[in-house]
Design a protein around this ligand. Structure first.
Ligand SMILES: [Zn+2]
Ligand SMILES: [Zn+2]
Length: 486
């Protein structure tokens, strides 16, 4: 299964959770846009459909109470949570989306950057599917998060670490940054009584932060060569199912393609579409646009995200970048507090659809399919839409592409990178996950005794990749023993 990582590690007294994400594959078996888990039923819909495991001592007692009423029993309430630490690898919802269901006393450890992205997601309301549960509020100065609802306020304990301070649990856990399609991603090295347990999270080596991943591999290899036992490696294998990822393009190649397309389309508006919070792609698009003599127009949520991220990592440009302006879209409600902040702070950079239509050939607009009807307000009759996102996998996504095609026809826009109608060979998207030969290199250099494939549809492929290791294929809900039971 790809995503929905939820792992529970037990060693003597230590009990650690590795990620607690939304398993989309299971979710789409039962739910869709208009059929969601009922928030009034607490945990019940999630437990019944197997979206979360029936483990004692990890969930919020208030949600467990509802569960007990509905079942007339079930999971008991607890005084103290059975786990006290959750290592969150990054801010994608397939890794952290169900954290709000957990007992808030379980400390969530994540990078400062991940904490910032979670905060922005909650404030701008892009938290994802279980939005009602995802209304986090970070009060980073205290390292605490809370769920801000009038009737109950849940304070969640967070440990936000930075580069200077990656160790915790008396040095037994080390967080290490890795390259992925969202900033702030980390892998973890956990020192157990039987050896090191290494958790990769999601990673790759073809983005801007590839050195982070290489340093992580070198570190584990060095530990092994200095005599430490690498007991187990939990490693993602997202790309192993697809043989066609052998193109081995990098984010830099995508930037080159974007630049070439922007350069060759000098009249009309250009819209670029990529996944939410893919900050690296966003920055590369700004650079490509700058070289092609266009400014990038950000939507308010992206401007807010960039502003917050820039405060944590000044190397990532904020909305004050000279080649960035902000699109002020039509709205029917009063701006929220965070929107007012952006509107006031960057008042000299605001562009309305009316202003945009005067000189559309000077701009690149960052939109996704869900923003497409905003194009109506631009009142244009030509332009280019560059799809720089992953292929459509689910039926729903395929339908969205069909709808997108209809919209673009309506606007007389050229659709470049239509996933079902490739008209050229320029790489317009690369995956956030390591290519197969990188996975092979990681496995060979880390050389674990036990390998546990995760985040993959083809776990059995690791048997060939790691002939020297014992490959344990995880089964949902079952315990894997990393050492003989005492
Ligand atoms: Zn993932
Ligand atoms: Zn991810």
């Amino acid at each position: 299964m790809i995503g929905g990582n939820q792992f529970f590690l037990q060693d003597e007294g230590a009990r650690i959770i590795l990620d607690f994400g939304i398993p989309f594959k299971i979710r789409e078996n039962y739910f869709e846009e208009f059929l969601k888990p009922r928030t009034s039923a607490g945990l019940e819909d999630y437990l019944k459909t197997g979206l979360i495991p029936p483990i004692e001592g990890i969930y919020r007692n208030d949600l467990l109470q509802i569960h007990q009423i509905i079942r007339g029993g079930g999971l008991p309430l607890h005084q103290q949570p059975a786990y006290d630490l959750l290592l969150l690898s990054h801010a994608h919802v397939d890794h952290g989306g169900y954290i709000p269901l957990l007992d808030p006393r379980i400390t969530v450890a994540c990078s400062q950057m991940t904490g910032t992205i979670l905060k922005v997601m909650s404030i701008v309301g892009q938290a994802g599917l279980e939005k009602d549960y995802l209304e986090f509020r970070v009060r980073s100065e205290e390292g605490k998060m809370s769920k801000n609802k009038a009737e109950k306020r849940i304070e969640r304990s967070f440990h936000l670490y930075d580069k200077e301070n990656p160790f915790f649990r008396e040095g037994k856990v080390l967080a290490h940054p890795v390259d992925h399609s969202i900033p702030g991603a980390a892998a973890y090295i956990i020192r157990t009584s039987k050896g090191l347990v290494v958790y990769t999270g999601d990673f790759r080596v073809h983005g801007i932060r590839k050195e982070d991943t290489f340093n992580f591999i070198s570190l584990v290899e060095k530990l092994r060569l200095s005599g430490e036992k690498v007991l187990a490696l939990l490693i993602e294998g997202t790309t192993l199912q697809r043989e066609d990822v052998s193109g081995h393009y990098s984010e830099d190649d995508v930037k080159t393609s974007l630049y070439a397309l922007m350069k060759s389309h000098h009249s009309g508006l250009i819209i670029v579409d990529f996944g939410p919070r893919n900050v690296e792609r966003l920055v590369l698009t700004i650079e490509a646009a700058q070289s092609a003599g266009r400014k990038v127009l950000l939507r308010l949520p992206d401007a807010y995200l960039l502003r917050e991220i820039n405060l944590i990592d000044p190397a990532i440009p904020g909305p004050s970048h000279p080649e960035v302006d902000i699109l002020l879209e039509r709205r029917s409600t009063e701006p929220k507090k965070w929107e007012r902040e952006i509107i006031t702070e960057y008042k000299n950079k605001l562009i309305t659809p009316f202003e945009l239509r005067k000189n559309p050939d000077q701009y690149v607009v960052l939109f996704s399919f869900f923003d497409i009807n905003e194009v109506i307000d631009f009142n244009l009759n030509q332009g280019v839409y560059i799809y720089s996102s992953s292929e459509a996998y689910t039926e729903e996504q395929k339908f969205d592409i069909k709808r997108l095609r209809n919209w673009l026809k309506l606007f007389n826009f050229e659709f470049i990178g239509d996933p079902e109608n490739k008209t050229h060979n320029l790489p317009l998207h690369v995956t956030g996950h390591a290519y197969p030969d990188t996975i092979r290199e990681v496995v060979e250099r880390i050389k674990p005794e036990i390998l546990i494939p995760i985040h993959t549809e083809t776990p059995e492929k690791f048997i060939d990749i790691a002939p020297f290791a014992k490959v344990l294929l995880p089964v949902l809900g079952e315990t894997l023993y990393l050492s003989p039971r005492a």
